[in-house]
Design a protein around this ligand. Sequence first.
Ligand SMILES: Nc1ncnc2c1ncn2[C@@H]1O[C@H](COP(=O)(O)OP(=O)(O)OP(=O)(O)O)[C@@H](O)[C@H]1O
Length: 634
Amino acid sequence: MTGILFDDRSADRREQDADGGFAVPDMSTVAVMRRIVRDHVVPRLKLVLLTVLAMTFAAAGTGALPFLMQFAADEIFIAKNEAFLLGLPPVIIVVMVARSWAEYFARVSQGYLSNRIVADLRSQLFEKLAFADVQWLQSTHSGRFVSVFMNDVTTINTAASQTITAVVQNFMQVVFLCGAMIWMDWRLALITLAALPLGGWFVRRQKSRARQSVTSALQEVGALGTIVSETLKSIRVVKAYHRESHETNRARHIIERTLRHMMETVRTRAASGPITEALGGVGIAAAIFYGGWQGISGNVTLGHFMGFMTAALLVYQPVKALASLHNQLIEGTVAAARVFAILDQDQRVTEVADARPLVLAGGALRFEGVTFGYEPDQPVLKNFDLDIPAGTRVALIGASGAGKSTVINLILRFFDPQQGRVLIDGQDVRTATIASVRLASALLTQEPVLFDDTIKANIRYGSEDASDEAVVAAAQAAAAHDFIMGLPNGYESRVGEAGQLLSGGQKQRIAFARAMLRSAPILLLDEPTSALDGEAEARIQEALETLLEDRTVIVIAHRLSTIRKADLICVMDGGVIAELGSHDQLVASGGLYARMMAGQGHSGPGGAMVLVDDVAVARAAVARADDRIRAAQA
Ligand SMILES: Nc1ncnc2c1ncn2[C@@H]1O[C@H](COP(=O)(O)OP(=O)(O)OP(=O)(O)O)[C@@H](O)[C@H]1O
């Protein structure tokens, strides 16, 4: 169940499937913007309005500058008005200070808004992932999720923080400055601004190019995330097989492709600069010519001309900024569409409207005519019937791929069968609340799962109300207490990422204590003692026997000793039950089980079943692998 495999698709296959095996629906920029406004801006409308007001004020301050220039020229230099000269500086100072405070407020509130959007999106994404269907999570690359959290959301943040205020601010500046120009001389204004529609057309033309390059770049970053997490998770195998260079090359290809797409984005963004600059140059040249000619003819004053030219020179800066913000907006909306695709993912395993918590008795289990396949047209279980009275210990055995883990997946309702029902204490799991179905069982996997937290928190995982005494009692029962007390911080010691500061056996004992603490009537085990040494196994075996008492136990068994102890042995073959009975009954019947026990094994469609009856054999294999790793590292 825990072998390490790599997603080693060819470069072409990666290109086709670059989004982590997950399609992003094509949402238009407008649709994405509408959703962001609806979900994130409207709920904070007051703050947004205040921000816009502050921006408008700051823009109006800029719009007032040409008039000040005009008055200054006409009143001071031409009319020689001394009172005006004395009064003007304080007015300028007040206007500028008020304008800069308004700008400060606008920037801070904009920063809050964009970071708030990011925080909300990250929380929603995490909740979505935590509650998502196992099937969907397994079929989507983890790198895709990591990159959405880290990269896509950051792209949205950058876009939001740079565009929310900047678009409004620059737009308002354009409006005020154009207004000032039209007010001063509408003919001159028309000449100066004639080039603007051409710039608008150019920016629109760039849109699809920008969308394409941003989408590809974000996809590649997702692929990079996948390869980084995959390589780190599998580092022992990577080194043991001397594949460091191979993995580095795989990463390098993706990094180079990302660079190409990023450069395409950069070029598209940068292109808007020279174009608007050139158009601005044409407009201003025309204005100087026409305005100068009017001046020579005596139709305009020097102040009038200077005021107008100030506005004309100022207006092209925000226009240029708007063009580049348009690209930023596209980057943000492409990233947002990828986030929304995850948030909108439909859930297949859902609760019915009138779902009720399971009423648990002893944890009796029943499979009634269950047909299930991960792909609906490829059934893994076929019309599967199994009745397990409360308190029975069942060993599931069969060839690899026979469907043993699938049985456990259905009891936990990670998936729903296409036909038939799974019942716990007589109640269909589909009519019960999902939480109560999951709480009915404790799961122990072959590879223990620990979180980067303290030992105490790991044991208490899923039983948060348990007292410290109960935690210690569970650890004692799991033969973990002594080694925990030997650690410098005892129960407060941290276990490291995925428990890597502990040995395999120690990790398993912690996981075992966690299961002990949980008072679930059903225990689902994937032969969890295989990582323990002889002495610890003997101690834990005793504890395990206590834990198993009065519980319904389903164990995917690999060891003869475990199989022998089961009340019922269920031999699975090709998605059906080939044989069912106690060890003695099955041996006596002389069928498949008897042949397995005779050491002949069985080659079914999924491969051979392996019985591990000798811990020493397994330990020797692990020691050989470790020697190889040490040799490779040396
Ligand atoms: N998430 C999944 N998506 C698609 N197919 C799956 C998935 N999980 C398992 N399968 C397929 O379903 C079949 C049964 O798998 P299952 O894990 O139940 O077998 P198993 O008997 O537990 O095997 P093993 O002993 O090797 O762990 C296999 O053919 C496997 O390839």
